[in-house]
Design a protein around this ligand. Structure first.
Ligand code: NAP
Length: 252
């Protein structure tokens, strides 16, 4: 019997790397997607192989439809797709909306929203029982920013994650009787390199005393929630958006 295949977009660092490691157990093949840092992706693949799982690193920008099609074709070579973690996402430097360029807005929405839609499309084509598939699970990475709006920082990013909230609910209902569950996790402030990429390398240290638990979350803490949503343990859960924020922004 061939392995169940899982695609983790942005699986080479941060939350995605933790998810990849946790999915990389015997009987499962993990497709570890990345854009630029091949060494980080190769290191995650090596860790998975050491623990007896199978993995392959596949370069590809989820902001490009051609790259997404190639990513899924690579995954097809390893067995039937059982799950997608729509994890790749980007922020930009802190700006007010009246300062944002169209290039910035297009980049944020193309990667965070269009990329997640296109990956979900390809996953549904393969996993839906309507298309002859065996069913599966999709988990999207939303953000507490969708409730907070992230003023004077990145309203564009927050709004892109609001789109992910809505996509999660709509797609979940669209494929609920086709064997596919679609859920999201909504992280708060998690200690990864994402903040440095948005020009705020000290963000965690600066804000942690203001967080309900007085600390940021870890990539592993978010990954554990994702793994539950990916697994049969959550077999009656679909369309759910799970706050993994240590109590931050839990009110509507
Ligand atoms: P991260 O540490 O910055 O890692 C990002 C990962 O995504 C890397 O593997 C990176 O690969 C990959 N990536 C970036 N752009 C990509 C693209 N265009 N196509 C494919 N892969 C791409 O991020 P993170 O903190 O783990 O965040 C993961 C997800 O959680 C994101 O969707 C983020 O919005 C969401 N989230 C994070 C936080 C937080 O506080 N960290 C909070 C809420 C939500 P390369 O290294 O090759 O570029």
């Amino acid at each position: 019997m061939s392995d169940s295949v899982f695609i983790v977009t942005g699986g080479s660092r941060g939350i995605g790397a933790s998810v990849s490691r946790k999915l990389g157990i015997p009987g499962q093949t993990v497709v570890v997607n990345y854009t630029a840092n091949k060494a980080a992706a190769d290191a995650v693949v090596a860790e998975i192989e050491q623990q007896g799982g199978k993995a392959v690193a596949v370069q590809g920008d989820v902001g490009s439809e051609a790259d997404i099609l190639r990513l899924f074709e690579e995954a097809d070579k390893h067995g039937g797709l059982a799950g997608l973690v729509n994890n790749a996402g980007v922020v930009d430097v802190s700006q007010r909306v009246d300062e944002m360029s169209v290039e910035r807005l297009n980049r944020i929405f193309t990667i965070n929203v269009v990329g997640s839609f296109l990956c979900a499309r390809e996953a549904v084509k393969r996993m839906s029982t309507k298309h002859g598939g065996q069913g599966g699970s999709i988990v999207n990475l939303a953000s507490a920013g969708s409730k907070l709006g992230s003023p004077a920082q990145y309203v564009d990013y927050a709004a892109s994650k609001g789109a992910i909230d809505t996509m999660t609910v709509g797609l979940a209902l669209e494929v609920a009787d086709e064997g596919i569950r679609v859920n999201a996790v909504r992280p708060g402030i998690i200690d990864t390199e994402l903040h440095a990429s948005g020009g705020l390398p000290d963000r965690v240290a600066q804000v942690q005393s203001k967080l309900p638990m007085k600390r940021a979350g870890t990539a592993d803490e978010v990954a554990d929630a994702i793994i539950w949503l990916m697994s049969d343990q959550s077999s009656y859960t679909t369309g759910a958006i799970l706050d993994v924020s240590g109590g931050r922004a839990i009110l509507p």
